[in-house]
Design a protein around this ligand. Structure first.
Ligand SMILES: Cc1cc2nc3c(=O)[nH]c(=O)nc-3n(C[C@H](O)[C@H](O)[C@H](O)COP(=O)(O)OP(=O)(O)OC[C@H]3O[C@@H](n4cnc5c(N)ncnc54)[C@H](O)[C@@H]3O)c2cc1C
Length: 401
């Protein structure tokens, strides 16, 4: 039967912010009225524990939030469905299986590197999000006889993913080779000591690094990328004979082909396709533009948090830590607007603690430009940081038990 009905408050997307909003309401009481949460899966992944899951340190049930159970404990309806569109001025959302109307709407559907629909149906290329599809592909790939995997991305998530995979493959005695392909700087914005330590760890695990690699596509066992740094060395003289088109030669010289049975995309996230078709104000990057109260710039009945939203007054990188920090403000403001009370503005810190798992049960980190790492291996510090990360992550998950 299609989903339908009218809700005082509709929560769409079971991301980190909404999960925490529900946990807070469980402690402090929820707003009155008919409330529902819609998510495209009954279980929501906690990103902090994903690298540990990939490496084999955690079981899946430790890393997922049971949204249906959380909602049931608050007398909130839960629906498994996928958001397809928002017509905020008509107070309606379009789902895969029906349509719902609302007095107030809160969105927390995250963002993905590249929608699977754009990946040309190639099973060999899998984006790290949506996480459920990624984990299915990973489990299947672990048991297949494969020779080369490529992880694309140069940020913290890509580094954690490639090191976790390297650890798991090593423990399985696999001979599958791993390459990390990235353009720009590896771990841009992180302190130098931390980057040096990561480079050493990649080397220790035998991960090849392909710098200056801008991902394009995959064809018959090869990942194709382009160098971003202009014409490659030697192009001017090489193969530029009579009649050869200069542009074609330059293009070929800039192309990089890497052997890859599997490509795992951990590239920066993009806005969901339905945002551009909605009547919500967007940021220049195409994400939903919100005020410091997490309210839409043009539709005050609509709120948003996490990777989906851009707070123009306080721009921050897309990271789970901000989705988490936004949750208390979102919980307060949703309750407040429904009760006619004043809203509260968010104040996000610039610097945040970032802990990076190194594959084995060790971690390094940073807070702003302060490194929690030495450029060389420091087993006691790294084991201690992993314990800290493990206990922070487990404490986070205990809120939903
Ligand atoms: C491997 C990895 C490790 C990471 N580690 C860290 C870390 O240590 N620290 C950190 O700060 N960040 C980390 N990140 C980044 C982090 O994952 C994101 O920034 C964070 O998940 C964003 O949270 P969110 O609340 O916006 O939404 P998400 O956590 O992305 O959740 C969105 C939810 O909405 C659902 N959904 C999506 N689309 C729809 C739809 N159309 N309809 C219905 N439901 C939908 C999804 O299934 C999901 O349950 C990591 C990312 C990866 C890939």
């Amino acid at each position: 039967m299609p989903n339908s009905g009218h809700y005082s408050l509709l929560l769409v997307g079971g991301g980190h912010s909404h999960a925490l909003v529900l946990a807070q309401w469980r402690r402090q009481g929820r707003p009155k009225g008919r409330i529902a949460l819609v998510n495209d899966h009954p279980f929501a992944p906690y990103s902090g524990m994903l690298p540990g899951l990939l490496a084999g340190h955690y079981q899946p049930e430790q890393c997922f939030i049971d949204l249906a159970k959380l909602c049931a404990s608050l007398d909130i309806e839960f629906m498994v469905d996928s958001l397809q569109g928002v017509q905020a001025s008509q107070r309606q959302v379009q789902l895969g299986q029906g349509q719902l109307s609302f007095d107030y709407l809160s969105l927390n559907t995250g963002a993905q590197p590249q929608p699977n629909s754009e990946l040309g149906g190639e099973a060999a290329v899998v984006a790290v999000k949506p996480v459920h599809g990624f984990l299915r592909a990973y489990q299947q790939a672990l048991t297949a006889q494969q020779h080369n995997w490529l992880v694309v991305g140069g940020g913290a998530a890509a580094v954690e993913v490639v090191l976790a995979m390297a650890h798991r493959l090593r423990n399985l005695g696999s001979h599958c080779r791993l390459t990390l392909g990235y353009s720009g700087q590896l771990l841009a914005g992180y302190p130098r000591a931390l980057v040096s330590r990561v480079q050493q760890q990649l080397q220790d695990y035998g991960v090849q690094c392909q710098a200056d690699f801008r991902w394009l596509s995959w064809q018959q066992g090869q990942a194709i990328g382009r160098k971003s740094s202009g014409v490659a060395d030697g192009v001017q003289g090489a193969g530029m004979g009579e009649g050869m088109d200069k542009n074609v030669a330059q293009q070929q010289a800039q192309e990089v082909r890497l052997p890859a049975d599997r490509v795992w995309l951990c590239t920066p996230v993009r806005p969901a396709h339905w945002l551009a078709q909605s009547d919500l104000a967007l940021s220049p990057q195409g994400f939903m533009a919100v005020t410091p109260e997490l309210q839409s710039l043009n539709q005050p009945r609509v709120f948003a948090a996490g990777d989906l939203a851009d707070c123009l007054a306080q721009p921050r990188p897309k990271a789970g830590v901000f989705a988490v920090r936004q949750a208390p403000t979102l919980a307060h403001n949703l309750s407040a607007i429904m009760a006619g009370r004043p809203l509260r503005a968010l104040r996000l810190q610039q610097n945040f603690l970032s802990l990076l798992a190194l594959g084995n049960q060790q971690a390094i980190g940073s807070k702003g430009q302060l490194p929690l790492a030495l450029p060389w291996r420091c087993p006691r510090l790294e084991a201690w940081l992993w314990q800290q990360k493990n206990s922070i992550d487990r404490r986070f998950m205990r809120q939903f038990e």
